[in-house]
Structures are given as C-alpha cells and as structure tokens.
Design a protein around this ligand. Structure first.
Ligand code: WT7
Length: 628
C-alpha cells in the first residue's frame, strides 16, 4: 500500500441548531473530552443506565490482545431488552411493527414479545439447549427471528445467525463451525411475491453436520410442509407446549452472546464472538447517542438481522432503548420503487437507517417515487455498510431529508460491534466523509511504518484503545484474533484505508485486504474462488472487486478451465449457478471471464491486484515478483 495524496472537498452542511438541542448528545466535543479525562468513568456511567443482577467490579481489564469488560458483572441482555421495559412505562408500547410483502402487517408490544420469547426459550430448553450451547438461526426477516435471538439470549445459548441469502455450503460451514445443537429455520421466505423455499437449503447443509440434534421450523405456507417427527419441530407448536415463564439466566458480562460469521481473506469465514456486558453497553450507547432513539420514534433499520447491522441496530441496541422498531420482509422495489417511502408514510417512521447501495438504487428510479409520499415524519437519516459517496449523500439529503435532516454515516464493522466513526447529530456534515470518532473511540490513520499520516494522505485506519463491544475472539482461531491487534502500539487494524481532513473528519476509501464490499455485504475473494474451483470445469480462479456505480463494487471472476472443457455461454451460466447454490446469491460474480493464464508470484500466489489494475487500465504497481 502506498500512502496517496487525496484531494478532499470542503463542502459542509450546517444542520438546524434545534437538532442539537433536542438530541441525546448535545455536545459531542464535550462528551469526547469527558471520555479522554476519565475513560472508565465514561463507560461506567453508561453501564449504570442498564440493569445488572450483580454489579460489576472493574470497568475493564486489558491484557493485550485480550480485553474483559465489566468484570464480574452479571446480567442478561434479553432481560434488559424486555423485562426492564415491562416493569416501566413501555409495557404496552409496540416493540415490533412488521410488514410482509403481501401487504399483511403484524405488531407485537413489549409485553407480547416477552411472552413469546419466554415460551420459545423454554421450548429451546426442552430440546436440550442450555447455557453455552450454540443455536443456528437461518430465517427470513420476520418477528420470529428476533424472538429466536432473544430466547437464546434469555437462556444463555449462543446464537449464530446466518443470513437467509446464503447457500447450502456456506450454511454448512457456519453450522459445523459453530457446532450448533439446534437450527431454527422457516419453510420459506417471500421475495417479490414469490415463495422461496429455505428449508431444502438447510436440509442439504445438514448432511454431515453431526452436532445438530434438532431443527425448529417456522411454517408459514399452506398446506404446511410435513416434518420429520422428533428431529424436526414446529416453531409455534414448540412454543405453545412450553411453559410461559422463563427466568432470564444470569450471565457473566464476558459470557458469549453470539457468534456471527463474516467473510475471511482465506476462504474460511471468521466466527466473530461478542459477549454479554460490553456488547450490551456499546449497542445501547450508540443507539442512544448516535441514532438518537427516543420513545416517540418509529425506527427503521433496513438491514437484515443476519448481519451485524441487524444484530446491533435492529435487535439489541434499539430494544435496549425500548424503541418501536419497524421491519419488513419485502424488497425495496416490489411492487414498485415507492414501497419504502410508502412504509415511512404508513408507519410514521422517524429514523431511517439504510445503506448507500439502496440509496443509489433509488436515485436511479428518480425522485417521483419518494415525492409521492408524505415523509414529514422523518427526523434522522442514517447510512452504513460502505462509503456514502457525495452524490448519494446529496440525493439522500435533499430528496429524502428535504435539505434539513441530519445524516449519520456510520463507519463500523462486524468486529467492532458498534459504531466507531460518524458525524454526530447536529454537527456539520461533509458529503463523502463518515465523520469523526465518536466519544469513547480513539482512532488514527497510519502509514506502513505505523506512523500517523498528515491530513490529506491516505493510510490504514486503526483503533487505538479497546472499546466495550469489541470482538473478543475469532471462534476457534486465536491466531486470527491476534492478527486484528497487530497494528502499531498494540492497536486494532480495521483493514480499511482512510484519509482525514484538517478538521479530523475521516473519509473511508475502501478495504485494504481481499474483501470486496458488494452492496454493503462483505465478500471474501477466496470464498468465491474456492466455490468456483469446486466446479469440475475449473482449474483455477481469481476474483477481484471492480468499482460499480450501483453496488459500490461488483465481483469479476477470472477462471482457467481444466483440460477438456471449453468456454461456452452454458458453462459460464453453470458456474454462476454453482456459486449461487453453494455460497448464495450475494456472492455471484457479475461476470466470468475465461483466461489462458493467471498472473502469479514466483511462490505461486495469484496477483489479484494485477488483474484488477489491468481491468481498470491502471498502473499494476510493482511487478518484480511476477512469474510470467
Ligand atoms: C466493512 C465492515 C458494520 C456495518 C456493516 C458491514 C465497510 C461499513 C461503512 C461506512 C465506509 C463502511 C468498511 C468496513 N463500511 N460502514 N459508513 N463508510 N465503509 O459490516 O460486513 O463487518 O463490513 O464495511 O469497509 O471495514 P462488515
């Protein structure tokens, strides 16, 4: 990586000062100084807004590279998300509004949600699930997915949610990797009015997954699909047969809450482990001060619970805040491109947290869609997953925000668990820049030698101090965990390139490793390559990310065919199907190119950067190690 000079725009939007007056965070600068003066006191104060069955003794213990937070504190995240509100004024408040893509809606109050979570938690217990066991959740975006997550948290089971867009091989790797005892799924998901079977994908994934004792199936279709007795159980039957009261398990602050797999650079996904106390405090803190959730809000995060965004900012953070959340199983352009704006009008959504790829899609459809609806309930907009480019920022700001709403572009990762960098509500916004580190977070941008780079020069983004919701371990891979903390002075390396301006605003430039962010989803080049090579026609494959106006990046795959195979449109289509079935639709290359050779180093490593540079007509850089 070379440290390049980046020309930075100086455009600034000043939000209405009233936003600041009414926000939870009235003065980010002051809060930041408060953290610097007394870091432990800062996190301690936030932790006291949540309930602990036994108070913690020490805020943190940092023995490089392992941190423990809220030592000896005992609590339960589901208790804090549910029971805490039931006891107070939120008992009958709507927790979840759900909208199906067929027009049907459902809602659950905090009271109702707790009832269902308790019963389902007992149901899981009756299947032999206990504290420390792992449960895999492979479901569409329906309330039952949230119920399943909270039920696990209630009994101390570790959930591992797998996005329903993953294919059977990807699911298999995640089930066996985490050693799941139970898998919770649904018969199908609904996309664009069509029923997409989910359970057959799971069935394939279960072959040779020896840890699994039971499968729980949410059956939504009529006639109901039949289940294998004993091994497979119906979601609601299991719930109804179970006792209605389930006391929350007392969890140590450092007991794991969940594992979430994220793409790796080696082809093996990494099981990111998050624990109870720190994750709870971190997601609560940011849901309050960054997303500014209040009791009067209807909050919508358009992600899926299958990603960290969904874990932290659909489920845990907002429910810890006692928010009314909105979720939908539908797609943004079905039945037409106005559907999201229609939901905003219909439910009075006041906070919308979405992704640049969605914003760019809406830009293409044009303003007439949002302009058809009353968006006056909105008061805060958010973005996550990839850089919010200036054009998308402008469109979001003017067309949706009507030139007055604050936008929080939040930079963070599966590993960070919570927001790290953004422009706090009420602060001046700069298109293209995520913003500054939030109070509680210390970052830097460094060169190859680990020295901080001056403003305007790009470098590696690092996080200098531990934070409560930081990754605790990579499941069964301590070596990989240690690698995160290999930055200068024992800092955390984010594997993102970034640049700062004179005022300390950070612009994220993209990944510095072999991950490609496609439509905000993190995809490992190695994962796609191994899926391609698993096809009998492919000898070798190399996958690169190419900038794409809509998706941020798209996947371009170069393949070298085995002897006896020739390039035909059918073969290429076959390869695409193959990736789709094994890894899932999100990992499918936008193009497959058959080549005669691949550029390699003398040690045999494929030089993806050379392929990428050649494709883009850029300078491929140092070629001294190339073989041919
Ligand atoms: C990577 C993490 C955590 C959210 C969902 C993705 C990119 C994330 C931003 C942003 C620019 C961003 C980074 C990061 N990213 N948010 N606001 N601006 N880039 O989680 O799958 O762990 O991916 O997403 O490259 O490293 P993830």
């Amino acid at each position: 990586m070379s440290n390049k000079q980046v020309t930075l725009s100086t455009k600034k939007y000043m939000p209405d000062p009233n936003y600041r007056k009414e926000a939870w965070c009235k003065d980010a600068e002051h809060a930041y100084q408060g953290y610097i003066t007394d870091p432990d006191g800062f996190w301690a104060r936030i932790s006291h807004e949540l309930e602990w069955f036994q108070p913690w003794e020490t805020v943190k213990e940092w023995q490089y590279p392992f941190a423990r937070w809220f030592i000896n504190g005992k609590t339960n995240v589901s208790y804090n998300c549910l029971d805490r509100h039931i006891a107070g004024h939120r008992r009958n408040k709507v927790a979840i509004f759900w909208q199906g893509d067929d027009g049907s809606t459902r809602s659950l109050t905090y009271w109702q949600l707790l009832r269902e979570v308790e019963r389902f938690a007992n149901g899981l217990k009756s299947l032999g699930v206990g504290k420390g066991d792992t449960v895999c959740i492979y479901m569409p975006n329906v309330p039952e997915q949230i119920i399943a997550m909270l039920a696990c948290a209630r009994i101390g089971a570790v959930h591992s949610v797998v996005f329903a867009g993953f294919g059977s091989d990807a699911l298999h790797a995640r089930i066996t990797g985490a050693g799941a005892k139970v898998v919770i799924t649904a018969d199908a998901s609904i996309r664009r009015g069509k029923t997409i079977p989910l359970k057959p994908i799971l069935e394939e994934a279960l072959i040779n997954a020896t840890s699994v004792d039971h499968v729980v199936v949410l059956r939504t279709q009529t006639p109901k699909i039949s289940l294998l007795s004993d091994f497979e159980r119906d979601f609601y039957e299991l719930m109804e047969e179970s006792d209605k009261n389930c006391a929350p398990e007392s969890m140590d602050a450092e007991d794991p809450l969940f594992i979430l797999y994220t793409s790796g650079t080696t082809g093996q996904p990494k099981g990111i482990v998050h624990t109870t106390g720190g994750y709870m405090v971190g997601t609560y803190y940011t849901s309050k001060y960054v997303l500014d959730i209040k009791d009067s809000d209807v909050y919508w995060c358009t992600a899926d619970p299958g990603w960290i965004t969904g874990h932290s900012y659909i489920v845990y953070g907002p429910l810890l805040m006692g928010a009314t959340i909105f979720i939908t199983e539908g797609t943004p352009d079905y039945p037409d491109a106005g559907i999201w704006w229609k939901y905003i009008e219909k439910f009075g959504i006041s906070i919308m947290y979405t992704a640049p790829t969605a914003i760019r899609m809406f830009m293409r459809f044009g303003e007439e869609y949002p302009n058809r609806y009353d968006l006056s309930s909105l008061r805060l907009l958010g973005s996550v997953g990839e850089p919010l480019n200036p054009e998308a920022f402008e469109w979001f700001y003017h067309t949706i925000g009507k030139g007055k709403l604050p936008i929080v572009d939040t930079w963070w990762q599966t590993e960070t668990g919570m927001h790290m960098i953004t422009t706090m509500i009420g602060e001046p916004m700069k298109p293209g820049f995520a913003g500054k580190p939030i109070p509680g977070i210390l970052i830097d941008i460094v060169d190859k030698e680990g020295k901080p780079v001056p403003p305007g020069i790009s470098g590696q983004l690092i996080i200098k101090e531990p934070w409560p919701s930081m990754v605790r371990m990579v499941h069964q891979n301590e070596e990989r965990y240690r690698l995160y903390w290999s930055g200068p002075e024992n800092s955390f390396t984010a594997s993102d390139l970034a640049v700062r301006d004179e005022e300390g605003y950070v612009m994220i430039l993209g990944r510095s490793d072999d991950l490609i962010i496609v439509s905000g989803h993190n995809i490992g080049t190695a994962e796609v390559e191994s899926a391609l090579v698993a096809h009998k026609a492919v000898a070798e494959a190399a996958v690169v990310g190419i900038p794409d106006e809509m998706k941020g990046n798209r996947i371009l795959a170069f393949v070298l065919l085995r002897e006896g195979f020739i390039e035909t449109p059918k073969l290429k289509q076959d390869l695409l199907y193959h990736v789709r079935i094994t890894l899932g639709p999100i990992a499918v290359p936008s193009e497959i190119r058959v080549v005669d050779s691949l550029p390699k180093t003398r040690s045999g490593k494929i030089m993806r950067r050379v392929l990428r540079a050649t494709e883009l007509g850029e300078d491929p850089g140092d070629l001294s190690t190339i073989e041919e």
